[in-house]
Design a protein around this ligand. Structure first.
Ligand code: HEC
Ligand code: HEC
Length: 511
């Protein structure tokens, strides 16, 4: 894919290492590699990852292409192609562009459709916000897989974390897709109800319908009414503004804006410090959170009772009673977890997406929040996740257009005078701290989002990056220590969420 070159790309870091969050420059590494002890410190067995051109390439490809199997969730369960936005209408809209680029693929719908409480009349044009680069035959970040003549679509990182330059028609890697309109794209699907966890619709609060299932006690019970559930979830999802998405599965309808992916030097990642330990200052953890947790609600089934107070069978039953593909649709009078195990494309592993269990599963840790890591069999542990970290760290914003030096200087003066640099310091505009909500004074609604997860966290650990996937019997395990170079990060996380106070003791490194 052609992309728009950057003014000043971040250093590629080839030859440097990341030892589970401790950055080691190429110069330091060259010195270390001269001694036996140094080689040991920089070995994969010790948690070191060497940054190479191959790793960066793997990361870029993953960012563009890898779905980790989410096409099953989106196509077979959610039914993203069942409505008026489907492969036919997408292709037609792209062909109508005649090779021209767009940042907002417009798709007209051909018949009246009611979603949530809203009716879209035939002929209404949906602003999808999907981007199509110049000359491309398909929108960015939408991947089609065809298996046994059944087409499925999944999504990749570039759906949200890249856009197309209107001037050149080329891809701006890492820039925000500010108008991606996930609300209608998802709400129009036949079984958006499967994503209830990303809204404030709690299935246990919805009156039972006609669909019988077998509960944990082996008795017959009834699932929440499918139509009411679907309508309420649709209405919640339709409220998301373009460029926003609900990434927390905490039964709150708090959508967040997509951030840019210019990650070099800008850690800690996320807004809460939840991605602050492990490889690449926590960036690998955040990469995993996306498709290891967020895009697959079935990965948190085993924790649904403790985290959300929703019984595992109701949780799965609500997702599957109206699944798009009959193969994934829960039959009458069956236990949902047994049924999913039979149809799961990744049998034996939790969730539908392609993941491996961390040693602590079903508990989570600050390193892998749901105790699962997104992986592709055939590639070693965290290879793609670390690759995406290494690659995102090479990205930088496109050129600044203004040549008006006076205005820039005026801005810099105001910035200094207003004391912005107290927090937005240095080249990457950050002091690397997570500022407690009380101090920063921003909207606090999302603060409790991670709390119930975090309260169940156990000490973080990982398999080294040279362990193959599928995992061998009893793979080696490393403790992911909290980095004493950056104590405030963990400290703030505790403060923000009031996690078990004695936790810092568990994270003390003896190295
Ligand atoms: C559907 C849109 C969407 C997709 C697809 C998506 N993201 Fe994100 N991403 C978001 C949103 C929204 C946030 C902000 C989340 C929050 O604050 O809770 C985010 C945040 C992030 C961050 C934090 C950046 C920072 O500076 O704090 C990283 C890193 C990230 N995503 C990586 C990825 C990777 C890697 C993928 C692909 C595996 C991906 N994202 C796919 C929407 C998306
Ligand atoms: C007390 C620390 C602090 C001070 C002082 C501060 N900020 Fe921030 N700022 C933050 C934090 C923390 C965030 C990120 C909030 C989040 O992610 O939830 C932020 C976010 C931002 C963002 C959004 C960045 C993005 O990537 O979306 C901008 C722009 C910004 N600040 C500008 C300013 C300006 C201009 C000033 C001075 C007038 C300033 N800030 C002063 C802490 C501070």
């Amino acid at each position: 894919m052609p992309y728009t070159p950057l003014t000043k790309s971040a250093p590629r870091g080839v030859g440097s290492y990341d030892v589970l969050g401790y950055a080691v420059s190429k110069e330091e590494a060259d010195k270390l590699l001269q001694s036996e002890r140094g080689r040991e410190a920089l070995s994969a067995d010790n948690g070191a990852v060497k940054i190479t051109e191959e790793l960066i390439d793997l990361g870029r490809n993953t960012f563009y292409q890898e779905t980790f199997g989410n096409e099953y969730l989106f196509t077979d369960i959610v039914g993203i192609l069942d409505g008026p936005i489907n492969l036919g209408s997408i292709s037609k809209a792209v062909l109508a562009l005649k090779g021209k680029p767009t940042t907002n693929l417009q798709i007209p719908i051909d018949q009246d459709i009611t979603v949530g409480s809203r009716t879209f009349k035939a002929g209404t044009v949906i602003n999808t916000g999907l981007d199509v680069p110049k000359g491309s035959l398909f929108p960015l970040g939408v991947i089609t897989h065809i298996k046994n003549a059944k087409p499925r679509v999944g999504i990749t990182c570039v759906l949200c974390h890249a856009t197309v330059s209107e001037e050149t028609g080329r891809i701006l890697e890492g820039a925000i897709n500010t108008d991606i309109n996930l609300g209608p794209l998802i709400a129009i699907a036949s079984n958006s109800a499967a994503l209830f966890r990303q809204t404030d619709v709690n299935p246990t609060k919805i009156s039972p319908g006609q669909h019988g299932y077998i509960n944990n006690e082996g008795e017959k019970a009834y699932l929440p009414d499918a139509k009411i559930l679907e309508d309420e979830v649709d209405a919640a999802i339709l409220s998301w503004a373009p460029g926003n998405f609900v990434s927390n599965g905490d039964l709150k309808n708090n959508s967040a804006q997509i951030p840019s992916s210019y990650t070099h030097g800008s850690w800690p990642y996320a807004w809460s410090g939840v991605a602050s330990i492990g490889w690449f200052h926590g960036l690998t953890t955040l990469n995993n959170a996306v498709f290891g947790i967020n895009a697959d609600p079935t990965t948190t089934v085993d924790a649904s009772e403790s985290v959300l107070g929703i019984d595992k069978q109701v949780y799965l039953g609500a997702m599957l009673q109206n699944a798009s593909n009959p193969k994934f649709r829960l039959p009458e009078g069956v236990q949902p977890s047994e049924f999913l195990e039979r149809v799961d494309p990744t049998p034996g592993e939790p969730g539908i997406n392609s993941t491996i269990r961390m040693p602590e599963y079903p508990k989570g840790s600050l390193f892998m929040q749901n105790g699962l890591m997104a992986t592709t069999p055939g590639l070693p542990v965290a290879a793609q996740l670390n690759g995406m970290s290494a690659w995102q760290n090479t990205l930088a914003p496109p050129p600044h257009k203004s040549a008006d030096i006076e205005t820039l200087e005026h801005g810099a003066a105001v910035f200094a005078q207003a004391n912005c640099a107290q927090c937005h310091s240095d080249r990457y505009f950050t002091n690397h701290k997570v500022i407690p909500v009380k101090e920063i004074g921003t909207q606090p609604a999302r603060a409790p989002a991670s709390r119930s997860f975090a309260q169940l966290f156990v000490p973080p650990d990982t398999y080294p990056s040279n362990v193959p996937v599928p995992l061998p019997q009893s793979p080696p395990v490393l403790l992911v220590t909290f980095n004493p170079q950056y104590p405030h990060v963990w400290f703030c996380f505790c403060n923000c969420f009031e996690v078990v106070p004695s936790y810092d003791l568990l994270f003390r490194s003896d190295q």
